[in-house]
Design a protein around this ligand. Structure first.
Ligand SMILES: O=C(O)[C@H](O)[C@@H](O)[C@H](O)[C@H](O)COP(=O)(O)O
Length: 255
């Protein structure tokens, strides 16, 4: 991978939950010391539960100024068990005071037309987020997981969505991970964020991490996420870290 990420390895999943909490508490304070809002995007899978575990109990976070977005979303009603919104709601939104108007979910009326749903979500992020000098929306933080095949968001290996250079949000109709219809942020947006954090737990991710860091020929989508120096973080627990342990430095050096 081109990026020089900050790699933090912690002993166990519990420590990962504590570290991502500390990271977000600090980052949100820093952002809110100069701006009116903290714009953060969540992906699905195991991430929301890891992120919310300690964060939801923190009383020193200005959640009223958080704006929550979805790095990818399954095209289904918002109360469907597949919905990433529902997952983030259950893990975090139901437990902290983020105004509902600050939660930017997919338009539930468009879930049967993923292309339109993606275009609509693009217009949401273009309206809500600051744009950089290339007109690309800039998130303060994007929280990502990886799949065993090296996908991140809903950018799957060898799928055309990985090549997208113009759209900020695109759709997929044949995702290899069910459900098949989804929308996803694209690499231009991931790579324009002020910070991107991969939060990874478990031995099932060890080989995938090796491919992402050391085998560019594998072209794993997560290996193309590179927002630039100082902006990419990998928080990994010991069981997932075999191939990047050597990159890790003590946590206290970062936050
Ligand atoms: O909606 C989704 O399917 C996710 O956003 C997806 O990209 C997820 O983050 C990874 O597949 C990792 O999932 P796990 O953390 O559950 O392995």
């Amino acid at each position: 991978m081109e990026a020089k990420p900050t790699v933090v390895v912690v002993p166990a999943k519990l420590d990962l939950e504590k570290e991502i909490c500390t990271f977000l508490v600090q980052l949100s304070k820093k952002v809110l010391s100069t701006k009116e809002r903290f714009n953060v995007a969540f992906s699905g899978g195991s991430l929301p539960s890891i992120v919310a575990s300690f964060l939801a109990d923190r009383e020193d976070v200005e959640f009223s100024k958080w704006h929550v977005y979805f790095a990818d979303e399954r095209c289904c009603p918002l109360d469907h068990p597949d919905s990433n919104y529902l997952l983030v709601k259950a893990e975090l939104l139901d437990r902290v005071k983020i105004p509902s108007s600050n939660v930017h979910a997919i338009n539930p009326e468009l879930v049967n037309d993923p292309e339109k749903a993606a275009a609509d979500y693009q217009s949401v992020i273009e309206k809500e987020l600051p744009l950089n000098d290339q007109g690309i929306p800039v998130f303060d933080c994007i929280l990502l997981g990886i799949g065993p095949d090296g996908h991140t968001c809903s950018l799957f290996p060898n799928y055309p969505q990985v090549q997208e250079t113009k759209k900020f949000v695109t759709h997929i109709l044949d995702s290899p991970k069910p459900p098949p219809s989804r929308i996803t942020l694209t690499l231009p947006v991931l790579n324009s964020a002020s910070s991107v954090v991969f939060v990874i737990s478990g031995s099932g991710k060890t080989e995938t991490i090796d491919q992402i860091f050391h085998k560019p020929e594998e072209k794993k989508p997560a290996s193309f996420v590179n927002p630039g120096p100082g902006k990419l973080f990998w928080l990994v627990d010991k069981s997932a870290s075999a191939h990047i342990d050597y990159l890790a430095k003590p946590v206290s050096q970062y936050w």
